[in-house]
Design a protein around this ligand. Structure first.
Ligand SMILES: C[S@@+](CC[C@H](N)C(=O)[O-])C[C@H]1O[C@@H](n2cnc3c(N)ncnc32)[C@H](O)[C@@H]1O
Length: 457
């Protein structure tokens, strides 16, 4: 039996993600194009890849019971095939015989001898004997806590869902946790930006609710729109647009202002800030230490007729070497990305709780150095695409404390409400802090955190 090309593409992508740390959202479109898939076949390859990777932890729990063996003791090439097979059997309308036979065929092509093939065949047949709901009853009975059960049902690691619960509790909305976990398992609609002053939203496009420059890609396919737009109509999450606009529109721009985008790669917000700087008579510099990503920043900036220098330094040094030089700085800090799980299906399983400690130390240093690089009266926007409190409110609170009265937090929610087309539901945090936290389930955006900090002396 031959393997359908869509399944082969899904399997190879999953192997590259689990075995070589590839990113599915970057690799899959290239693999689909190379295999010549289009229409429903491309859709099937995407569904199989994203669905399998998103629910990997849950499928592993099912495979452990069906195989009577811990996933860590299964050959990785076989395990990935079993994950893909389990997804087809339990969460799609793919016929069971096709799911089993073609998965076994994938195992035969990836391994030697009859052992792995027989093993995979037996495990898949066992999985096919019960529905997803029945398997959930079996695996959740083995869970050691309510949070483990919730993690299995929602396909989130326990440390991630606990971090989400704490962040929602910090704004008195802990009852939204289930909605947030559900939203993470649905691919977002493709949202685009029309760079202000340089491009118009296409007349027939559906507007997005909040950002005044956002619209939906017609038919979900951005390519016909991006082509021929010279980079001025581009894909960008509405939350990212709002984060950049919160800085550029925090107050009117005075001609001659100097702006810096400190952590700029791959350049989506730089392009938007450049368009805003051009309109207001400000200048912009950008910085990104990873050379390949700095190249992407230059590409993105090519859309805007403004000369923008792109440096390739560690942001801490870049900012520390420019005391009181800038009027506005964007610190879109490197973070866990837990706010963008919808579009990065494997990210939730790849990140570890221990990553947060190292990242938050770097975030604190970047923010402190950025605050030293703004003029008195200047504004730093501290932004993450993570809602984890250790990367968000705690970093900002420490920066304000450390500044000993030299830094105050502005009302980011008020700034955003003045920018948006429809009011945002942005509760006041129980701490009373001035930041804004966007959410996939509530706003349809990535979970962007936005704090505006002003140096007062
Ligand atoms: C969240 S991304 C920025 C996204 C970007 N602003 C955009 O909208 O396209 C964070 C960036 O920070 C960069 N980065 C990592 N360590 C850094 C450091 N020490 N200084 C400055 N940037 C850093 C990463 O390479 C990454 O490109």
């Amino acid at each position: 039996m031959s393997v359908a090309p869509a399944r082969r593409v899904a399997y190879d992508t999953i192997r590259a993600v689990t075995g070589s740390d590839a990113y599915a959202n970057l690799l899959l479109p290239k693999s689909i194009a190379r295999a010549g898939l289009s229409g429903p076949d491309a859709g099937l390859a995407t569904e199989l890849t994203y669905g399998t990777l998103r629910r990997m932890g849950t499928y592993d729990a099912i495979i452990a019971v069906a195989a009577d063996r811990e996933p860590a003791r299964i050959d990785p090439a076989v395990l990935d095939a079993l994950r893909l097979g389990a997804h087809q059997l339990l969460a799609t309308r793919v016929a069971a015989h096709a799911a089993v036979n073609e998965t076994v065929e994938l195992v035969a092509s990836a391994t030697r001898g009859r052992g792995p093939v027989g093993f995979a065949n037996a495990v898949l047949r066992r999985i096919s004997q019960a529905s997803f709901a029945e398997w959930m009853v079996r695996v959740t009975e083995l869970a050691r806590s309510d949070d483990e059960r919730l993690g299995l049902r929602s396909a989130h690691p326990v440390w991630v869902l606990r971090a989400f619960r704490r962040a929602l509790a910090a704004e008195g909305r802990v009852d939204e946790l289930d909605a947030l976990l559900d939203a993470d398992n649905v691919s977002p609609r493709v949202t685009m930006v029309a760079l202000p002053g340089l491009a118009d939203i296409p007349a027939d496009a559906e507007r997005a609710p909040y950002s005044p420059i956002a619209f939906r890609a017609p038919g979900g396919d951005p390519q016909p729109i991006t082509e021929g737009s010279a980079g001025r109509l581009r894909v960008q999450d509405e939350g990212s647009q709002l984060a950049a606009l919160a800085l550029s529109r925090a107050r009117p721009v005075a001609a001659g202002e100097r702006w810096l985008d400190l952590c700029a790669g791959p350049g989506g917000k730089s392009a938007l800030l450049a368009a805003e700087a051009l309109a207001g008579g400000a200048s912009l510099e950008a910085n990104e230490p990873v050379p390949a990503r700095a190249g992407l920043v230059r590409q993105a900036l090519a859309a805007v007729p403004l000369k923008v220098e792109v440096s390739e330094e560690d942001g801490r040094e870049r900012a520390a070497n420019a005391p009181a030089a800038y009027d506005r700085i964007l610190v879109d800090a490197p973070c866990t990305g837990l706010g963008a799980l919808r579009r990065r299906p494997e990210a939730r399983w790849r990140k570890q709780a221990s990553d947060v400690r190292d990242l938050s130390a770097l975030q604190r240093e970047l923010l402190a150095d950025a605050l030293s690089a703004v003029k008195p009266g200047g504004i730093v926007a501290y932004v993450t695409c993570s809602p984890h409190l250790s990367e968000t409110a705690a970093v900002v609170a420490d920066a304000i404390d450390a500044a000993g009265g030299a830094v105050q937090e502005l009302d980011a929610r008020g700034v955003l409400q003045a920018v948006v087309r429809e009011p945002l539901d942005l509760p006041v945090p129980t701490s009373g802090a001035g930041h804004a936290q966007l959410w996939p389930h509530r706003h349809g955006t990535d979970a962007m955190f936005i704090s505006l900090l002003q140096r007062v002396r």
